[in-house]
Design a protein around this ligand. Structure first.
Ligand code: ADP
Length: 395
């Protein structure tokens, strides 16, 4: 079956068409600046990429342009839309309602909408994407794959905050966690690479990208994760602060004459390694600036690594031991400096790193030495493939 995977944001829409039998990507691309002007970058596998600057007033126009490209005589990869057997949608927040992927129907749509409150920047855009696809492909089954679903197995002591209980009951204030599709994919793949069943292993997955989250996966089930009610909690990220003393919000609001919303904007968009370094949110820039002697860039990277190492310690304790640590996503897969820094804190766990492999970029491999008590792995994530697999499995 050919599965179209859609990841819809407020002004962008990423897509991949995947052949579920061969797991090959037939085409992928992104529509950007939807509602502003519109740019479509379409990459058909084995053919020349296409860049189209064309009006995209709505997400429906964007989806319709994508479908045109997929079936285009020259740039296309399928003869007709009938070849698309299903659409898998990434949905950011499934609240407590969705502990796994679901076939989308009216009831599901209403339940996803009910989660909008919890992810006001993401869920409404996901819903728009689903509706656009439904309009243009009314007879194609659609599946929703939630970023939060994998984390729904967390025990209550891991997901409750130390707040008045009524906030949990009335508003659903609790830890949900994100990047679940990636944590699930990578923890399973780690087990596969180690020749074990997921049930046999305690794995800590470090999804380190622009947004970063760590998860503790015990016997294949998530028991804790670093992101919370929103993706702001956890380690400091590209531009997000991660966890801070909550009293800082009022303190800065008073000092800088800002309201809560403005402070939250700073915590989301002007903090993290960019805020500390004053250089960039991109770890390539930070590594280069550090090499050139920029102290703030160096401390930003070290702060990030230290924070990840602390979560690894916490999760080793939460699971009463850890068998494998997996690095994934943009930074985790590519940044050897960060990996080596993080592992430098892990000697007490018996981690022994291979000093060459740990610096190799983007290779799926073990980067610890045979004598290491904990296996340290680099495992590239593939959220689109995970969504396509979920979609096929459900249908
Ligand atoms: P997201 O999906 O959260 O937007 P990604 O997982 O794509 O993010 O990760 C983006 C991050 O990966 C950026 O900070 C980028 O600098 C980092 N990255 C990509 N390639 C490298 C590299 N070669 N070395 C260091 N960092 C890298």
């Amino acid at each position: 079956m050919k599965v179209l995977v859609i990841n819809c944001g407020s002004s962008s829409l990423k897509y991949q068409l995947i052949d579920s039998e061969t797991e090959q990507v037939l085409a992928k691309g992104i529509c950007e600046r939807i509602g502003i002007d519109g740019v479509l970058t379409h990459k058909p596998t084995g053919k020349t990429p296409v860049k189209l600057q064309t009006a995209m007033p709505t997400h429906t126009t964007a989806v319709s342009l994508v479908l045109e490209q997929l079936t285009d005589k020259e740039n296309g990869v399928i003869a007709s839309l009938d070849e698309i057997g299903a659409v898998g949608h990434r949905v950011v927040h499934g609240g407590e309602k969705f502990a796994s992927s679901v076939v989308i129907n009216d009831e599901v749509m209403a339940q996803v909408e009910a989660c909008n409150d919890l992810a006001p920047l993401h869920n409404p855009a996901n819903i728009i994407g689903i509706n656009a696809c439904k309009e243009l492909m009314p007879n194609v089954p659609m599946v929703g794959v939630f970023d939060t679903a994998f984390h729904q197995t967390m025990p209550k002591e891991a997901y409750m905050y130390g707040l008045p209980y009524e906030y949990y009951e009335k508003y659903g204030v609790r830890r949900y966690g994100f990047h679940g599709t990636s944590h699930s994919f990578v923890s399973k793949r780690t087990a596969e690479l180690l020749g074990k069943k997921p049930e046999e292993l305690n794995v800590i997955v470090c999804h380190l990208g622009n947004g970063s989250s760590i998860s503790a996966v015990k016997g294949g089930k998530c028991v804790d994760t670093s992101m919370g009610l929103t993706p702001l909690e956890g380690v400091p990220m590209g531009t997000r602060s991660g966890s801070i003393d909550p009293a800082i919000v009022e303190f800065i609001a008073n000092k800088e004459n800002m309201d809560v919303h403005q402070v939250l904007n700073v915590l989301n968009k002007k903090s993290g390694v960019e805020g500390v370094s004053g250089v960039s949110s991109d770890f390539r820039d930070l590594d280069n600036a550090s090499k050139e002697g920029n102290e703030r860039a160096a401390i930003a990277v070290k702060m990030f690594s230290y924070s990840v190492a602390k979560y690894i310690g916490a999760y080793a304790a939460a699971m009463n031991g850890v068998d494998a640590i997996a690095f994934t996503a943009g930074v985790g897969e590519n940044d050897g400096v960060v990996r080596a820094q993080i592992c430098s804190y892990l000697g007490y766990l018996g981690v022994v790193i291979d000093d060459e492999k740990v610096y190799q970029r983007g290779v799926e491999q073990e980067v610890s030495k045979p004598e290491s008590k904990v296996r340290v792995m680099v495992v590239p994530t593939n959220e689109e493939l995970a969504i396509a697999r979920e979609t096929v499995a459900l249908l």
